[in-house]
Design a binder for this molecule. Structure first.
Ligand code: PEP
Length: 234
């Protein structure tokens, strides 16, 4: 089971340190076996003591160089970061990253052996067009991606469910994950408005190997409670 937190553009360095201290204390005291990953904002990346993995929400596909405003692997190496989120819907749809750029990024970090949490998910109009259209869309988001890469985790995150409080029905998640399972044997996460109240149901769906949590991960107590719920399902 993998439980991942995406802070997006939230939390300062000090707040992140406090959060990580509390989270790592909880993981240790409760002897949590589930894998916990946290993606803080760039300015809060650091080396933390404890078992939770720290990943980066985004990076440029270079070691270093003249790429104003970006970070490369030289900056990530400083903190021992080897986990990256690629293809998140906000990067695709808000920041305009194309599938070509996403594929380039994926291949660069794959070649370096990074753990890649690769996000796919449809907009509401695609969902309304039916499951066949939805799967065709998700397939197009997997173009150029090695779905059997050994360090890959796939996160299915419907765009319309992210930060909205809306969640697909249990049967919808089951069906999409079953079809993703046919494409990849790697762990499959669900993401989109996961919270304490629906965690129990989501982590028991077949082929759901964990969750990617945005808003509800910002409160360390809530996130720890969600980890505990997932842990009981292991
Ligand atoms: C996300 O951004 O990856 C996400 C799942 O957000 P939220 O949990 O807030 O819907």
């Amino acid at each position: 089971m993998i439980i991942a937190a995406n802070f997006k553009t939230n939390k300062t360095r000090a707040q992140t340190r406090e959060y990580m201290d509390e989270l790592n204390r909880f993981i240790h005291l409760e002897k949590i076996r589930a894998e916990v990953i946290v993606f803080p904002p760039l300015t809060a990346l650091d080396s933390f003591t404890g078992t939770a993995t720290v990943g980066v929400q985004n990076a440029y596909a270079v070691e270093n160089g003249a790429f104003t405003g970006e970070v490369g692997t030289e900056q990530l190496d400083e903190f021992g970061i080897k986990t990256i989120l690629v293809g998140h819907s906000e990067r695709r749809h808000v920041l305009g990253e194309s599938q070509k750029e996403i594929t380039r990024k994926f291949n660069y970090f794959k070649a370096l052996g990074y753990r890649i949490v690769y996000c796919v998910g449809e907009k509401v109009e695609t969902r309304e067009a039916g499951e066949e259209a939805l799967m065709a869309y998700i397939t197009s988001q997997c173009e150029g991606i090695d779905l059997e890469y050994e360090n890959l985790v796939i996160a299915y995150e419907p765009v319309w469910a992210i930060g909205t409080g809306l969640v697909p029905g249990k049967e919808d998640i089951r069906s999409i994950h079953a079809q993703l399972r046919e494409k990849s044997s790697r762990p499959l996460l669900y993401g989109g408005s996961v919270k304490i109240g629906n965690m129990d149901e989501i982590v028991t769906i077949e082929n759901v190997d964990g969750v990617l949590v945005g808003g509800a991960s910002l409160y360390v107590q809530s996130f720890c409670q969600m980890i505990k719920t997932a842990e009981e399902k292991i």
